[in-house]
Write a protein that binds this ligand. Structure first.
Ligand SMILES: Cc1cc2nc3c(=O)[nH]c(=O)nc-3n(C[C@H](O)[C@H](O)[C@H](O)COP(=O)(O)O)c2cc1C
Length: 327
């Protein structure tokens, strides 16, 4: 198989292979990231979105959003903010935890986020977005990236002007979730529009949305011409997918993943128990199981048994019973 993707270098950071973990609330915490790095093939991992307002008061030792082990490197921290006023203190906190990169969330379409002028709503307020990027650029020398959607409707001129503004203000890499604001995850992603974004910009462009297999990755690259790929739900369903794509499309010589679903699930629970306070464990196990259960034909049964569990121990016992039936 020919090597289709080359490492991305932004400032002092080498993203090799150019396969990035998408930020996902409730999912891309230390427990999942450790499993992903264990299989290999992750060029840059991510936290979930972090409130810039709350960040300065979070304890990196205790906060489930900030806990991180030495194996999870390099790691990008995603900021959610609506105002440049929150940037300086948030950046200081991210420098203190030794972030390798900082991402600005400009794609989250949730109403609760939009209400405060953050996430996707920044794409509708380019001047607010510009002032946030300008302030962030002034406050850090770390690689500064942004993650966007395609817009609220198909409007290439508007999208172009937003993307070039981000580049002009000093964004080092742009990730594009190839959907419009209100398009559901069930809809086919519009990878072809990423090709336009790529033509407008000189910074690396990373394609995101709908990559669940090596074949999807190959198709996405062929259609988008992107410099790198970002995996979200696919990483939670198949944490070894990065390794498979790295070997197939990036010329990586890492070991072929040897997968035992049961071992992956057990490791995930162990990491939760080792790292997180008890009250932070069960919700994260349920969220992960919602995706991971898709590896099984009758996975909805596993997911619903875990969903109705009252503790991590009960969920673990129910999962063990499910695995022993060999479903
Ligand atoms: C459970 C969940 C949580 C998410 N949280 C975030 C987030 O915190 N920040 C963000 O920019 N996008 C978030 N997203 C969007 C993903 O980063 C990604 O753009 C989307 O899932 C499409 O990629 P995929 O098809 O590979 O999953 C989230 C998606 C899911 C499913």
């Amino acid at each position: 198989m020919q090597t289709l993707l080359r490492p991305i270098v932004i400032r002092d950071l080498q993203i090799d292979p150019p396969l990035l973990l998408a930020p996902m609330a409730g999912l891309t915490h230390s427990a999942l990231r450790q499993i992903l790095f264990g299989f290999g093939g992750v060029g840059l991992a991510s936290t979930e979105m972090l409130s810039a307002k709350r960040l300065p008061t979070e304890s990196p030792r205790i906060s489930p959003y900030l806990i991180r082990t030495p194996s999870e490197r390099p790691l990008s921290y995603q900021l959610l903010t609506s105002t440049p006023d929150e940037i300086a203190a948030a950046m200081e906190a991210l420098h203190a935890v030794k972030a390798e990169a900082i991402d600005l969330n400009m794609g989250c379409p949730a109403a609760a986020v939009g209400k405060f002028g953050a996430g996707f709503s920044l794409m509708e307020q380019p001047e607010a977005a510009r002032s946030i990027v300008a302030e962030a650029r002034k406050r850090t020398r770390l690689p500064l990236t942004a993650k966007i959607r395609l817009g609220s409707e198909l409007d290439e001129a508007k999208l172009k002007s937003f993307c070039t503004m981000l580049q002009d203000e000093g964004i080092d890499l742009l990730s594009v979730h190839a959907r419009l604001k209100n398009e559901s995850f069930a809809r086919r992603p519009r990878w072809e529009l990423i090709r336009s974004v790529k033509q407008w910009l000189t910074i690396p462009v990373v394609a995101n949305g709908g990559i669940f297999s090596v074949l999807d990755a190959e198709n996405c690259l062929a259609v988008s011409g992107a410099d790198g790929l970002m995996l979200g739900r696919g990483a939670a369903i198949k944490p070894w997918l990065f390794a498979e794509i790295a070997r197939s499309l990036c010329g990586s010589t890492i070991a072929a993943p040897v997968v035992s679903l049961r071992v992956v699930y057990g490791d995930f629970i162990d990491h939760l128990n080792e790292l997180f306070r008890p009250e932070y464990r069960l919700g994260r196990l349920k969220e992960f199981t919602h995706y991971f259960a898709r590896n099984y034909k009758f996975g909805h049964y596993l997911a619903s048994r875990v969903q109705s569990s009252a503790s991590v121990e009960e969920a673990g016992d129910r999962a063990t019973a499910f695995f022993e039936r060999g479903t």
